[in-house]
Design a protein around this ligand. Structure first.
Ligand SMILES: [Zn+2]
Length: 114
């Protein structure tokens, strides 16, 4: 399953970072694109299972879903692409769909000592 693989690699990166900083991670922010989207609940569940009994146990994951973007060939505008109205929001012209956003680990928050 996609989410399990994502959770596993996130876990490894966060755990390595936590060892480097010698601090316990409390939350992480992740972003993903529209095509390569993850299911928030499934990902959190998979992460919880992997993180059990480690420094990452009980961490909160916040997942931001980034919309697809289109590039208008007539007026050169970059706009948020919506399936319900697939055209340029300014001139209604022809457009191309820009590449999907990759799945990214944006930030990890660590517990402070005090
Ligand atoms: Zn346009």
């Amino acid at each position: 399953m996609h989410e399990t693989m994502v959770a596993q690699s996130l876990f490894e990166v966060i755990l390595a970072e936590s060892r480097k900083q010698n601090a316990r991670p409390v939350s992480a922010k992740i972003s993903c694109g529209a095509f390569d989207a993850v299911n928030d609940e499934v990902l959190s569940f998979a992460f919880d299972a992997i993180a059990k009994d480690t420094a990452c146990e009980g961490m909160k994951l916040e997942i931001e879903h980034k919309p697809l973007k289109g590039h208008c060939k007539s007026c050169d505008k970059i706009f948020e692409f919506e399936l319900s109205s697939p055209k340029c929001s300014d001139c209604g012209g022809d457009f191309e769909i820009l590449p999907d956003e990759p799945l990214l680990l944006e930030t990890v928050a660590f517990e402070s000592e005090d």
